[in-house]
Write a protein that binds this ligand. Structure first.
Ligand SMILES: [Zn+2]
Length: 70
C-alpha cells in the first residue's frame, strides 16, 4: 500500500475512516481537528486505492498552488 502524503494544509499525517454504507466506505481526512476542511470535502469511496490516489493528487495540487504564489 502506498504511503499517504501529509495534509497539504497543516502537514499532519492523515487518518483513514471506514464505515459501512452499501459496502465498506473509506475516507481519508486530516487528523488535525483544527485543520481547514477543503471546500470540496475529503476524498471518499468504496475503493481505498482510489481514495488514496485522490488524496495524493489533491496534496500535489495544493503544493503546486502554494509554489506559484511565491
Ligand atoms: Zn490538515
Amino acid at each position: 500500500m502506498s504511503k499517504l502524503k501529509p495534509c497539504p494544509f497543516c502537514g499532519r499525517t492523515p487518518i483513514i475512516e471506514r464505515w459501512s454504507s452499501g459496502g465498506l466506505m473509506y475516507m481519508v481526512k486530516c487528523g488535525n481537528p483544527d485543520c481547514q476542511v477543503p471546500a470540496e470535502g475529503y476524498p471518499c469511496g468504496h475503493d481505498l486505492n482510489k481514495v488514496f490516489e485522490e488524496w495524493s493528487r489533491r496534496a500535489d495540487d495544493e503544493q503546486k498552488r502554494n509554489e506559484y504564489q511565491i
